[in-house]
Ligand binder design. Structure first.
Ligand SMILES: [Zn+2]
Length: 237
């Protein structure tokens, strides 16, 4: 198994979870589940996904939280074209619309997109992987990717597709669990965010910055977080 980030062949084993090994790359220190779930396994996982009541009840607070994040950074974006890349049931798209952005959303789950179209019909949506984003949607000035990176079996495919659709100077805001956080247990595999086959990549500030840099995107800053979650603001160079 080669590292999903740097392609290095050797890694050390940190433990196991749900029948997967949990590994750390000897070269770049990326932590990931091994083996990587197959496309068929992931199709089964996300094809069957339906938003549950628990998730739905939290939508109002999710929209409010995303609005606050967008309002904090939208002045840095070179324009108003907004994409939620991994939009689930559309709360981020709705938040974008409410703060005056041209709101678009893409998600791999057809069920999620169907829900988004019903719940927040004023957004523009597409179901499929990032590479399938319709060409006529053009370039984006502000891309939001919340709790997506930890799910990705092919990091470079996703980030390359993302980078290709960001205008020069476009802003990217990412949230993903923080494997380098001081509150992550020393028995790494026992951490709640380690849950393959859903969560298969566990970033630190260093590995996330390395991945983005390989696609011409530089970190502007990481927000401080008492919880083990990365909140990264980045910009397309
Ligand atoms: Zn590596």
């Amino acid at each position: 198994m080669t590292c999903l980030l740097c392609g290095h062949e050797s890694h050390k084993r940190l433990g196991e979870k749900n029948g997967y090994g949990i590994a750390e790359c000897d070269a770049c220190s990326l932590r990931f589940a091994t083996p990587t779930p197959t496309p068929a396994e992931l199709d089964a996982l996300y094809g069957a996904y339906t938003p549950n009541d628990f998730y739905s009840k939290k939508t109002a607070s999710k929209i409010a939280r995303t609005k606050r994040r967008l309002l904090r950074y939208m002045h840095m974006a070179p324009g108003k074209r907004f994409l939620d890349a991994g939009c689930n049931i559309g709360t981020g798209v709705e938040a974008g619309r409410l703060v005056g952005l041209e709101a678009h959303g893409i998600d791999i789950g057809q069920d999620s997109i169907d829900s988004a179209r019903t719940l927040y019909p004023e957004g523009r949506y597409h179901a499929g992987p990032m590479e399938s984003l319709p060409a006529d949607w053009g370039q984006f000035d502000f891309v939001y990717s919340s709790e997506v990176f930890e799910h990705l079996p092919e990091l470079h495919t996703y980030v390359a597709a993302l980078a290709a659709r960001m205008s020069k100077g476009a802003i990217l805001f990412i949230t993903t669990p923080d494997a380098g956080h001081f509150r992550v247990p020393s028995d790494f595999a026992s951490w709640g965010e380690v849950r393959p086959p859903e969560h298969i990549v566990y970033f630190s500030r260093k590995t996330l910055a390395q991945l983005l840099a390989m696609h011409g995107i530089e970190i502007v800053k990481f927000e401080w977080n008492f919880k083990p979650g990365l909140k990264a603001l980045a910009r397309k160079i």
